[in-house]
Write a protein that binds this ligand. Structure first.
Ligand code: CAA
Length: 392
C-alpha cells in the first residue's frame, strides 16, 4: 500500500479564501439550485440557466489553469465547492462540474496548442464538454470498447457508439476514446477531441434516469466522423492511460458530491427527528432513530476526510500513487451516500417514501454514485490490485 510520505503538513483548518469559496458555493446552492431542484427532477430538465449562472460567478471549470483563463484551483479547493453544489442538488451539481471530467484529458495530457484552442472558450461562455468513454457493451471493461479510429491522410475517421455520457446531449465537444489498434487491448486505445456538431455525430437518446434527473445523460453515435490528427490527445495508444489518470483526478470530486448528498439527507433527518413525535416524545429520543443518525454523522465525516485526503494527494503530485486513495474515497463516499439516504427514508417512515418530502429524491440520486465514474465494485477491484500488485 502506498505510504503517505511526501508533501506539506496536513491541517484541517481552511484558509479565509477557502472558506470564502465554500460560502459562495453554499449560497449558490441555497438560492439558485435548491428552489429549482424538484422541477428539474420531475421534468428531467437540463439546467441550462443554472449552469449559466454558475459559470458567471466562476463556479465552473475550476481546474482550468490560469494561463488558459481559468481559476486554476487545486483539487482540494474543488472539493469545497463540489460538496455544496451537490448538497443543493446532485443532478445540477453533476451538470455544473462535469466539464472537469470532459476537459480533464486536455488539461492533463493536451498539448499547448490543444489547451489554447479548447480550454479558453469554456471560460468565455457556459459551454459544455463531455467524456466519451462508455459504450453499450463496454462500461466497467473499458478495454473491450468497439469504437474505432482509423488514420486517413491527416485525419482520423471514427465509428462507434457511446452511452451514459454526462452532458453529451448539450456538449460542444467530447473527448472520444476509440481503438486505433483493435488487437492491442488497453494499449490500442487513443483519445480524440470531437466537436459534437461534426458531420456523423448523432445524439440518439437523452436517457431517462432514476435519479440525478437534472443532469443530461446521453447516448450518441459516430458514423464516419472525421477529425484532424491534431485533435488526438497524446500519442496513439495513450488513450487508456489518459482515461484512467483523468478518472483518478475526478473520482474524489465525484465522491465529495456523494458526501454533499449524504449531508443533505442527514440534515433533513436531524430536523425531522426533532419535530416528529411518537410515543409522546420526538423520535430523536428513540435509540432506534438516534443511533441511525449517529452512524450517518460518523460515516459522513469519514467519507469527507477520505475525499480531502485523496484531493490533497493529487495536489501534492502523488500521481499514480493517488489511484488507491482516489478509489478509497469514491468507494466509501458512494456507499455512504446510499446508506445514509436509505436510512434517511427510514427516519421519515412513510413520509420518506412520498415525493413531497425531500429524502425520496436523495435516495434515488445517491444510487448513481455507486455506478458512474466506476462502480463501487470497480473501486474495490482497483483497491485490491493496488494492494496486491501496486504500481509505483
Ligand atoms: N493511471 C495510469 N495508468 C493506469 C491506471 C491509472 N490509474 N490504471 C491502469 N493503468 C495502466 C496499467 O498500468 C496498465 O499498463 P501496463 O500494462 O503498462 O502496466 C494498463 O493501464 C492496463 O491496466 P489494467 O490491466 O489494470 O486494465 P484493465 O483492462 O484490467 O482495467 C479497470 C482496469 C480498473 C477495470 C478499468 O477498466 C476501469 O477503471 N474501469 C471502470 C471505468 C469507469 O470508471 N467508467 C466510468 C466512465 S466515466 C463516467 O461514468 C462519467 C459519465 O460521464 C457518466
Amino acid at each position: 500500500m502506498a505510504a503517505i510520505d511526501q508533501g506539506t503538513g496536513v491541517s484541517f483548518g481552511l484558509t479565509d479564501e477557502q472558506r470564502g469559496l465554500r460560502a459562495l458555493a453554499r449560497a449558490f446552492a441555497e438560492n439558485e439550485i435548491r428552489p429549482h431542484e424538484r422541477d428539474h427532477d420531475t421534468h428531467m430538465r437540463h439546467p441550462a440557466e443554472v449552469i449559466a449562472k454558475a459559470h458567471e460567478i466562476g463556479l465552473m471549470n475550476l481546474h482550468v489553469p490560469e494561463e488558459y483563463g481559468g481559476p486554476g484551483l487545486s483539487a482540494f479547493d474543488g472539493m469545497l465547492i463540489g460538496e455544496e453544489l451537490y448538497w443543493g442538488c446532485s443532478g445540477m451539481g453533476t451538470s455544473i462540474t462535469a466539464n472537469g471530467l470532459g476537459a480533464g484529458p486536455v488539461i492533463l495530457y493536451g498539448s499547448d496548442e490543444q489547451k489554447a484552442a479548447w480550454l479558453p472558450p469554456l471560460l468565455e461562455a457556459p459551454i459544455l464538454c463531455s467524456f466519451g468513454l462508455s459504450e453499450p457493451g463496454a462500461g466497467s471493461d473499458v478495454a473491450s470498447m468497439k469504437t474505432t479510429a482509423v488514420a486517413d491522410g491527416g485525419d482520423y475517421v471514427i465509428n462507434g457508439s457511446k452511452t451514459f455520457i454526462t452532458n453529451a446531449g448539450y456538449a460542444s465537444w467530447t473527448v472520444v476514446f476509440a481503438k486505433t489498434d483493435a488487437r492491442a487491448g488497453a494499449k490500442g486505445m487513443s483519445a480524440f477531441i470531437v466537436p459534437m456538431d461534426a458531420r456523423g455525430v448523432t445524439i440518439e437518446q437523452h436517457l431517462e434516469k432514476m435519479g440525478q434527473r437534472a443532469t443530461d445523460t446521453s447516448a450518441f453515435a459516430l458514423e464516419d466522423v472525421r477529425v484532424p490528427a491534431a485533435n488526438r490527445i497524446g500519442e496513439e495508444g495513450d488513450g487508456f492511460k489518459i482515461a484512467m489518470a483523468t478518472l483518478d483526478f475526478t473520482r474524489p470530486g465525484t465522491a465529495i458530491g456523494a458526501v454533499g448528498v449524504a449531508q443533505a439527507a442527514y440534515e433533513h433527518s436531524v430536523a425531522y427527528a426533532k419535530e416528529r413525535v411518537t410515543f409522546e416524545v420526538p423520535i430523536a429520543m428513540h435509540q432506534g432513530v438516534n443511533f441511525m443518525i449517529a452512524d450517518m454523522a460518523t460515516e459522513i465525516e469519514a467519507a469527507r476526510l477520505l475525499c480531502w485526503q485523496a484531493a490533497w494527494m493529487l495536489d501534492q503530485g502523488y500521481g499514480r500513487k493517488a489511484t488507491l486513495y482516489s478509489s478509497f474515497a469514491k468507494r466509501f463516499a458512494a456507499d455512504t451516500a446510499m446508506k445514509v439516504a436509505t436510512d434517511a427514508v427510514q427516519v421519515f417512515g412513510g413520509y420518506g417514501y412520498i415525493k413531497e418530502y425531500p429524502v425520496e429524491k436523495l435516495m434515488r440520486d445517491a444510487k448513481l454514485f455507486q455506478i458512474y465514474e466506476g462502480t463501487s465494485q470497480i473501486q474495490r477491484l482497483v483497491i485490491a490490485r493496488e494492494i496486491f500488485t501496486p504500481k509505483s
